[in-house]
Ligand binder design. Structure first.
Ligand SMILES: Cc1cc2nc3c(=O)[nH]c(=O)nc-3n(C[C@H](O)[C@H](O)[C@H](O)COP(=O)(O)O)c2cc1C
Length: 175
């Protein structure tokens, strides 16, 4: 069994990026479990002093979830031509760890307009030595559609593209 950790960059209750990741979980093939990381809003603001002294439980949980994952899928909105501060903060907690080193990571994108956020994330993940799997990255036009996960799955072009992204990521994991 392979486990993919899905990280959503939006904390919004009806986030399109979250729905995309939930749709991916529904579409995961046999042998793959996609679990959504739900703790991003609980992570404290990154402070290297705290990281050195006593690691907060929320950070330990995040790092454990990453440790269990064979691969990571990130889906995030773009905020002010970059990634949301909460997602950058989560990634900052991994600096100085080897949690992302050589870990296959891909980006799912719910809005074709989010080019700055995608570029920024690719740069960050590369600097952190993640194995960015470009071929598995997908971009769907979901913003403004107000679809939940079941609604995304019900649209064949969307579900086909999500399945393709997952299958490509799985191949990278097993390569
Ligand atoms: C504070 C803020 C800043 C934003 N800045 C951008 C931006 O720079 N470029 C862009 O394409 N969209 C921007 N947006 C729009 C969001 O990226 C878009 O609504 C996205 O689909 C929301 O994702 P979600 O449904 O997962 O929360 C911004 C939205 C907010 C709330």
């Amino acid at each position: 069994m392979r486990t993919f950790l899905a990280i959503c960059g939006s904390l919004r209750r009806s986030s399109s990026n979250k729905s995309l990741l939930e749709a991916a979980a529904l579409l995961a093939p046999d042998g793959v479990t996609i679990s959504l990381y739900e703790g991003m809003g609980e992570l404290p603001a990154f402070n290297p002093d705290i990281a050195d002294d006593a690691q907060p439980a929320s950070v330990t949980d995040f790092r454990a979830a990453l440790g269990r994952a064979d691969a990571v899928i990130i889906s995030t909105p773009e905020y002010v031509h970059s990634l949301p501060g909460s997602l950058k903060n989560a990634l900052d907690w991994l600096v100085g760890t080897s949690d992302l080193v050589d870990k296959p990571v891909t980006l799912f994108n719910a809005s074709p307009r989010s080019t700055y956020a995608v570029a920024a994330l690719n740069e960050i993940l590369t600097v952190m030595s993640g194995r960015v799997v470009d071929d598995a990255s997908i971009t769907l036009q979901l913003s403004g559609r107000d679809l939940d996960a079941a609604g995304i799955v019900a649209e064949p072009p969307f579900s086909a593209e999500i399945r393709r992204g997952i299958a490509t990521l799985l191949k990278a994991v097993e390569a």
